[in-house]
Design a protein around this ligand. Sequence first.
Ligand SMILES: *Cc1c(COP(=O)(O)O)cnc(C)c1O
Length: 235
Amino acid sequence: MSTSADILANIAAIQRRIDVACQLYQRRSQPTLIAVTKTRSAAEMASAINAGISDIGENYLQEALDKQAELRVQPKQWHFIGPIQANKTRAIASHFDWVHSVDRAKIITRLNDQRPAELAPLNICLQVNINDEASKAGASQDEIAQLAELALQQPRLRLRGLMAIPANTADQEQQRRNFAAVRSIFTDLQTQFPSAALDTLSMGMSGDMEAAIAEGATLVRIGSDIFGPRSSPSR
Ligand SMILES: *Cc1c(COP(=O)(O)O)cnc(C)c1O
């Protein structure tokens, strides 16, 4: 487990990397840093929030609910970024501000129908499976426009943009090609739905953050480079 001094120093280092990348790639506005906290303790999360993190991303519903209840300090926004089972949509729609991993029609209509009336509309991103990997969640590129049209009809949802987790590679040029492909689908959507407020590209993790910033990421999702390596590698 990382100490709060480690976490504070790591967040400062990430913020410097974001500054450098924004300067290098001439980005006018900085992406928002989401701290990804799957497998991390509530104490580690509190350290990150106390170090200035405003946005927290979680992959597993029950784990997230347990830690939301345990935390004394709250982030500004909770992001759900993991695979979505249909029987979990009610709790996801009630306990998060954003859902990044929306990839099928059934999930769109359930999240809309189950978003509590007293809360603001739920921000969503459609997850695109950019390298068509059988092992990965996400809609295919061909399905995205239809899903976007459906999402834009839902009064309790706000479609904000796209999320992607490209195939893992250390090759920066390949990383950039993958993220550029996501951006191209995004700009097509903006053209097709000009009245929609599509402003979000959720892309970039610890190993490929700079490439994502180069290609226009507005939300970056960082776990290991804030909290250290995860002990169970499969998660
Ligand atoms: C785990 C995870 C991250 C963070 O990954 P790191 O490599 O630890 O930075 C980002 N996005 C999603 C969807 C994840 O599951």
